[in-house]
Design a protein. Structure first.
Lengths: 337, 336
């Protein structure tokens, strides 16, 4: 029984996750030897950096128990805005600052509408996303922007290396480290969680819940902007469909990670996005057609949340009782949520 | 995560002075009034709007669109969300197109069965597995979209003969009304009857407010949820089949734009009749409204992206009215 309790503890889940990653990696490595080459691994690192930043942003929103479906729209609009600023001859830092500002404003609008005005989160963010993806066409009417991209140095974000690892991955690790410190070691992080768990109790504890909800949306949009920045750096141009593929991996990363690790956190998102990126890159390396990728991610997400749902756990608990193990074993694994 | 709108207001003013009744009717049906106004405004600038061929095209779009969102209306009215309806339509569309070789009867049956099946799976995952509706439907949407693309290996499937559905869509009454409008309106009327006169309608709106209480009085909420998602899948698969016949092909990527279109008409429709609550009559009026608006925008030469911005703003407007109406309602109730 002690052993079973260990399995449902944080360390047990972490070990289970590492085992899962190793199994997936071993599976791909045997099916496709190129999976473990330098080129493939650095590709995974690059894609993980973009997916991981978007997923980190979404994590804040999910922690306050909301959803954000404006990721694709925000990514498209900010990509074209940053592209337009670069094409106009401004330095890269100005472009990034402009992109972040746009992200913060859009996130602020969604956050304000949802937290202060009481709009329903899903439909509000769909509306905001729709307007943003329309606005993305304002600069060029939908044509690609590539002027000044190479002179501006944006491609260095993709190509430069530090200690043998691409800078984008360092960027990701730094972002997650800061986010982990803030979310899990400070009062601010606790306030985010309290807002999600029980807004009323949080409000009575002196937490301005609407401020934290708005902040979560602003962070989500800002991290989406950073994610799409890396995508622009990889492709060397800005198009209106950049970032269209950010949303599904982000959702899958956050919810799959939460399902495996037993709760939404910065670490669980990191775990989820690592798994998802490995799977996506592995499948594309094996030559699985592009149109399967969304379906595979969706299927994994669905299987993950079903397998780790409370109901499935009670079933497993029931099976244990059925096979003569102690009934408390089921409770031990079901108690941790 | 759940979207709550206003309280049910069963005590409608039964009767009153003729004038106030007229005022109430205007408030209730203001979207229909707006529809007439916008039609007149656009047609005064671009008379082509009311050409018989344009009316026929608009009514065809109306028929497809209203089938797409008929079931969605109730899902949202019950406080849940379904973002898979458009991809269910795309999958049904592709399945129907790839089964046409066995005859249209089988193709229609396969398309409907697909929609109903995916819808029921959605409902089961939400009701029995207690998973968040957004996560469930976002995943099934991704799976359906991939399956649709995989059926045609990434491209379209052509249909030689649009079959009986095609003749329903392309046969005109009085030169301007596709025959398909009649069954669509009949289905709409049946749904309206269910929503307004049968217990199920009461349960749907009650669920949005307090699911536990509805469960407590003995309503099988789980089964109802499965039924609502199943109906949503079924009705959008009807739209998918109509699209297959209308375009003479199965189009795997057809779903995408319908997400925002669909949510816009449902929430815009929620601004009339039952203010702040999605309802069948409102959805169908809003579908016609959006159809006229888009047709007018195309005639006036607005590019696609501007239409998209207009639509996002309309959706936000619908939300604002729904939110304010619900707050107003709640405030009034507290005052009593």
């Amino acid at each position: 029984m002690k052993r079973l309790r260990f399995l449902s503890s944080g360390y047990g889940r972490g070990m289970a996750f590492i085992l899962l990653v190793l199994i997936v990696a071993a599976g791909f490595a045997t099916a496709e030897p190129r999976f473990l080459t330098q080129a493939s691994l650095s590709g995974i690192a690059r894609h993980m950096a973009a997916n991981g930043l978007a997923a980190l942003g979404l994590t804040f929103v999910v922690i306050v128990r909301k959803f954000d479906l404006s990721l694709a729209g925000v990514a498209a609009f900010s990509a074209m805005s940053m592209g337009a600023v670069i094409a106009a001859g401004f330095p890269l830092t100005v472009a990034i600052a402009a992109g972040l500002l746009i992200g913060l404003i859009i996130g602020g609008i969604s956050g304000f509408a949802i937290s202060r005005a009481g709009f329903p989160d899903i439909v509000t963010t769909i509306a905001v996303g729709s307007v943003c993806s329309g606005l993305a066409f304002l600069y060029t009417g939908g044509r690609s922007i590539f002027q000044n991209f190479f002179q501006s140095g944006i491609t260095n974000l993709n190509d430069a290396r530090f200690l043998g690892v691409g800078v984008s991955l360092w960027f990701l690790v730094a972002a997650y480290a800061v986010a982990w410190l803030v979310m899990h070691k400070t009062r601010t992080g606790l306030a985010f969680y309290a807002t999600g768990e029980n807004p009323n109790a949080a409000a009575f504890s002196g937490i301005s819940t609407s401020r934290y909800v708005a902040l979560a949306y602003m962070l989500c949009a800002a991290f989406t902007v950073l994610a799409v920045l890396l995508i622009l750096a990889e492709s060397g141009n800005a198009e209106t469909n950049k970032g269209a593929n950010l949303m599904m991996p982000a959702y899958a990363g956050v919810f799959l990670g939460a399902a495996i690790m037993g709760g939404t956190s910065v670490i669980s998102t990191f775990a989820g996005i690592l798994l998802i990126t490995m799977l996506l890159d592995g499948f594309s390396l094996m030559g699985v057609p592009y149109y399967y990728s969304d379906g595979v991610v969706s299927l994994i997400l669905l299987l993950g949340v079903v397998a780790f749902s409370d109901i499935a756990r009670t079933w497993i608990g029931g099976l244990k009782v059925l096979f003569g193990q102690s009934g408390t074993a089921g409770r031990a694994s079901g108690g941790q949520v | 995560m759940t979207m709550t709108y206003t309280e049910n207001s069963p005590s409608r003013p039964a009767s009153g002075m003729g004038a106030s009744r007229l005022a109430k009717l205007t408030i209730d049906l203001w979207l229909a009034v707006a529809l007439v106004v916008i039609t007149m405004a656009i047609s005064s600038v671009k008379p082509q709007l009311l050409d018989t061929s344009n009316i026929a095209a608009m009514l065809k779009t109306f028929s497809i669109m209203s089938m797409m969102v008929l079931g969605l209306t109730w899902v949202i009215a019950a406080g849940k969300i379904d973002v898979s309806f458009m991809q269910i339509a795309a999958l049904s569309n592709m399945i129907c197109a790839s089964c046409v070789g066995y005859g249209w009867g089988w193709a229609i049956a396969a398309g409907l069965a697909t929609g109903l099946f995916v819808g029921l799976v959605n409902g089961w995952l939400v009701a029995a597995m207690r998973l968040p509706p957004l996560i469930v439907t976002i995943s099934t949407a991704g799976i359906c979209a991939s399956a649709a693309a995989a059926l045609g290996k990434g491209t379209v499937i052509r249909i030689a003969d649009p079959g009986p559905v095609g003749s329903l869509l392309n046969t005109m009454l009085w030169g301007a009304v596709p025959v398909v409008v009649i069954p669509v309106l009949l289905i709409g009327a049946l749904a309206w009857f269910m929503q307004e006169r049968l217990a199920i309608g009461r349960y749907i709106y009650a669920m949005a407010q307090n699911e536990a209480a509805v469960r407590g009085v003995g309503v099988p909420v789980g089964k109802l949820t499965i039924l609502l998602f199943g109906l949503s899948g079924l009705s959008s698969s009807i739209a998918g089949i109509m699209l297959a016949a209308s375009l003479s092909s199965g189009q795997p990527m057809i779903g995408g734009p319908y997400l925002i279109n669909g949510l816009t008409v449902v929430l815009l429709g929620g601004m009339m009749v039952r203010i702040g609550k999605p309802n069948i009559l409102g959805t169908m009026t809003a579908t016609l409204f959006l159809g006229v608006l888009f047709s007018g925008a195309a005639l006036l030469g607005l590019p696609d992206y501007q239409r998209q911005i207009i639509q996002g703003v309309l959706l936000a407007l619908g939300l604002a009215v729904a939110t304010i109406a619900s707050r107003h309602h709640r405030g009034k109730k507290k005052g009593h």
